[in-house]
Design a protein around this ligand. Structure first.
Ligand code: PLP
Length: 411
C-alpha cells in the first residue's frame, strides 16, 4: 500500500472554513429554516468569498479573451510566467509611483491566484527554513508550511516549529519584531485578514529594517490593497526603501475585481533577492513556474487586462466601495451595541472583541441568537481567541438584515 505523506497527518483536523460549514449544517439541521419566515434564514458574514457580479468592462474582457482563442490570429497556448501585456500593465498600474523604482516584467509572475502561489512559494525554502507568521493570520501560511514540511504537529494552540508573532490590541496589531527569528520567512498580510489592520509606513519601514538586519525574507500578501482608502497607508511593501532586497509580494484580482471563481493573481519577485548562498530567488521562481505550473488561464488574463484599463479600474473602485460600505454598516451596528472592533475602514474585515470569552463559544451564540454565521478568531491563531471576524462580502440586503439581528446577541 502507498504511504501517506506524514505532513498530511501533521495537519490539525478540519480546516477552519469546512469546520464552520459543518457547524452551520449541524445548526441548520437542528433549527430548520421556515421559508415563510425570513428571520429564520441563516445569513453568512463568515467567509471571504465575493458575492457581487463582475462589472461590464471586465466581463467584456473575459468574453473577448475567450473569443480570441477561437481565431487563428488570437490563439495563444501556455504562458508560463504570464502574458507580457498583463505583466507590463501590472508594473504600470501598481508599481510605478515615485516611491518605487519600476519593476521590469521578468519580476512579475502571473498566477492563478494568491493562495496557489503562497502554496508554491514554499518550494523555494525547503524544510530547514523557519517560518514566522503574524498571529492571527490567514490559515494558508501555516497549513501550507506544515504541508511543505517546515513545521510539525499541532500542540494545542499552534504548530510546533512555526513562530507565532502575536498581533493584539496591546501592540496595535503590529508584531514585536524582536521575536522574529533570524533567517526566517515571514508571512505578513496588510490589509490584514483577519484583523482588518493596515500597517503604516512607519511600521513597514521597521519591518523591512528588521528583515534586512536578520537575513529574513518577507512574503507580503497585499490581496486587499485595493481596499485602502487612506492615502497615507502603503498599498505595497515596495513603497518602502530596501524592500526589493528582502520581500516577495503576492496579490490577486479576487477581491478587487470579483475573480474568486475566475482565478487570477500575481507575484512580484525582485531580481535583487538572493539566498544566503548568493543564487537568484527570481531565477528559481521562474523555474518553479515552468516546472509545476504552466501559467494562468489566458481568458482570465484577458479579463485581468480589462480590469486594469481606465474603465476597469473604475469598476474595481466601485466594487471595493460596495464591500467597504457593507463593512461600515457592520462596524456601526457592532459599535452601537458597545462591541469594540477594528478594521472595516481600509479593509473588508471587522475584528470584534469579546473580552474573556472563547471565540468558538461566541460564534455559536451569534449563530443561535441571530442566525448569523461569523468566523471565530481562534481559528486564525492563538491570539485570535476572544475575537470574531465579520466579513463584508455579502449582498447588501443580507448585510442589513444581519446587522439588525445582531441586537439579539446583547438582549
Ligand atoms: N490572501 C489573503 C490574505 C486572503 O484572504 C485570500 C482569500 O481569502 C487570498 C490571499 C486568496 O487569494 P486568491 O483568491 O487570489 O487565491
Amino acid at each position: 500500500m502507498i504511504k501517506r505523506n506524514p505532513q498530511l497527518a501533521a495537519l490539525k483536523a478540519g480546516y477552519l472554513f469546512p469546520e464552520i460549514a459543518r457547524r452551520r449544517r449541524e445548526f441548520a439541521a437542528a433549527h430548520p429554516e421556515d421559508p415563510s419566515k425570513p428571520e429564520t434564514r441563516i445569513i453568512s458574514l463568515g467567509v471571504g468569498n465575493t458575492t457581487e457580479p463582475i462589472l461590464p468592462c471586465t466581463t467584456a474582457g473575459l468574453v473577448e479573451g475567450a473569443k480570441k482563442l477561437g481565431t487563428a490570429e488570437g490563439y495563444s497556448g501556455y504562458q508560463d510566467e504570464g502574458l507580457p501585456e498583463l505583466r507590463e500593465k501590472i508594473a504600470e498600474v501598481f508599481y510605478k509611483n515615485d516611491a518605487i523604482k519600476a519593476f521590469n516584467i521578468e519580476e512579475i509572475f502571473i498566477s492563478d491566484g494568491a493562495k496557489c502561489d503562497i502554496g508554491r512559494l514554499q518550494l523555494l525554502f525547503g524544510r530547514e527554513t523557519r517560518v514566522a507568521v503574524q498571529d492571527p493570520s490567514y490559515p494558508v501560511y501555516v497549513d501550507g508550511s506544515v504541508l511543505a514540511g517546515a513545521a510539525n504537529g499541532w500542540i494545542g494552540t499552534g504548530y510546533e516549529g512555526i513562530v507565532y508573532l502575536p498581533c493584539t490590541q496591546e501592540n496595535n496589531f503590529f508584531p514585536d519584531l524582536s521575536l522574529l527569528p533570524e533567517n526566517s520567512v515571514l508571512y505578513f498580510c496588510s490589509p490584514n485578514n483577519p484583523t482588518g489592520a493596515v500597517a503604516t509606513r512607519d511600521q513597514l519601514t521597521r519591518l523591512v529594517e528588521a528583515a534586512r538586519n536578520k537575513g529574513c525574507l518577507i512574503v507580503f500578501d497585499a490581496a486587499y490593497s485595493e481596499y485602502i482608502r487612506d492615502p497615507d497607508l502603503p498599498k505595497t511593501i515596495f513603497e518602502i526603501s530596501g524592500a526589493k532586497e528582502c520581500a516577495i509580494e503576492v496579490n490577486s484580482f479576487s477581491k478587487p475585481a470579483g475573480f474568486t471563481g475566475v482565478r487570477l493573481g500575481w507575484t512580484v519577485v525582485p531580481k535583487e533577492l538572493r539566498y544566503q548562498t548568493g543564487e537568484s530567488i527570481n531565477t528559481d521562481w521562474a523555474r518553479i513556474a515552468g516546472t509545476i505550473f504552466n501559467g494562468a488561464s489566458n481568458i482570465a488574463q484577458a479579463g485581468g487586462l480589462a480590469a486594469l484599463s481606465v474603465e476597469g479600474q473604475k469598476e474595481i473602485r466601485q466594487l471595493s466601495d460596495f464591500y467597504l460600505q457593507n463593512a461600515a454598516l457592520i462596524r456601526s451596528a457592532l459599535q452601537k451595541l458597545g462591541i469594540a472592533c477594528i478594521g472595516g475602514d481600509n479593509s473588508p474585515y471587522i475584528w470584534a472583541c469579546f473580552p474573556g470569552r472563547d471565540s468558538w463559544e461566541v460564534f455559536a451564540e451569534i449563530l443561535e441568537k441571530c442566525r448569523v454565521v461569523t468566523t471565530p478568531g481562534a481559528g486564525f491563531g492563538p491570539s485570535g481567541q476572544s475575537f470574531i471576524r465579520f466579513s463584508a462580502f455579502g449582498h447588501r440586503a443580507d448585510v442589513e438584515a444581519a446587522c439588525q439581528r445582531l441586537i439579539h446577541f446583547v438582549n
